[in-house]
Design a binder for this molecule. Sequence first.
Ligand SMILES: *Cc1c(COP(=O)(O)O)cnc(C)c1O
Length: 449
Amino acid sequence: MSELLHDTARRAARYLETLETRAVAPSAAAVEALAGLGGPLPERGLDAAQVIARLDSVASPATMASAGGRYFGFVTGGTLPAALAASWLANAWDQNAFSGVTSPAAAALEEIALDWLLNLLGLPSGSAGSFTTGATMANFAALAAARHAVLAAVGWDVDADGLCGAPPITVVVGAEVHSTVPKALGLLGLGRQRVVSVPADAQGRLRADALPALRGPTIVCLQAGNVNTGAFDPFAEVCAAAREAGAWVHVDGAFGLWAATSPQRRHLVDGVAQADSWATDAHKWLNVPYDSGLAFVRDAAALRAATAISAPYLLLGHMRPPSDFTPESSRRARGVEIWAALTSLGRAGVAALIDRTCGYAERFAAELRASGAEILNQVVLNQVLVSFGDDARTQRVIAAVQADGTCWCGGTVWHGRTAMRISVSCWATGDDDVTRSIAAIRAAAAAAG
Ligand SMILES: *Cc1c(COP(=O)(O)O)cnc(C)c1O
């Protein structure tokens, strides 16, 4: 075992070292070669060292170099050294984070991490926390709590009796709601399209002046960090209106909620703590491994009502039982990596990570604008939308940037215009990465005619 793990660690270290020089996207040949890992399942197994050797030689070259400093796709970060190492250790432990009985260490670290996160993000202490696979399931868990609470307020126990025959729930979303919120609403029987959609402004912010009158069981979904522009909804105004009406406010802050950790950017989330629930990702801006999402719910009893289970054989012990607060039961110990990331960064380190990456986004915007590109959004966070002229030309530039391999940026359509989308979220991104990437993007634009 020891030799295998040492060999694997050497391979992993070598892999990470190659990120500096390899193309960010894998070559077509490397992707094609993945088929070689398939074929009929062999009758007899290989020894573990051979398994790892094959995996490393075939699959490593076919990965996206998203752990490195020049991947700017999808607002996902890399993995901090302490978080990666903690993840290995936790995998060796093989803990089931179901309860304090199945893993005292997992339960304790999750509880500590939860407490730290609430403090760091400026959310009400004592809120319940759900450690999920990602923000999609965090939205789901928080909205399950919301569904419970708004119906309990009118005397209906949705978790016992379901939605059939229940009083209707009004769900209000912004026009720019992230696609995972309607998905969660669908899974919860509230309907992807059975929503009141409030118009958004030019940056994608829900317009508080267009909020309908709120009446009866109501859930309002806001967002911290529009996935294209990085913009924030007007939390204080909407939360005040919702509070008056007894409505529940949920905030999808998959990446944007982390602005709260930076004294320089905290103003962006003014009023967000007045909401009732929040979803975010640790595998995005906190730079821990996948999969790691978080839901926080002010009314712990509402979340527990939606997610806890009981059975005679499930003795949960005296520690906070993680399974009482999550859609899943058996789970990996995500709190370990989050604890390690927070311990290695400290409060100042988290703020520095957020500010550094936002600063790079500003640099991308300024330098690309200086070379003739058009920046389509106000760069308030880590998101930059770049147009290189008409849609076809912008498409050509995006394709050329991806093919060149110095960096990787995705595409999007913002208000009818094709844009290259740059998201700076990785701890590993440094000055030199940004310099090289800007040069590569400029060269692609020049070559696009
Ligand atoms: C990424 C993202 C999600 C979904 O997160 P997953 O971790 O992929 O489940 C939801 N909302 C927003 C705003 C996001 O950026």
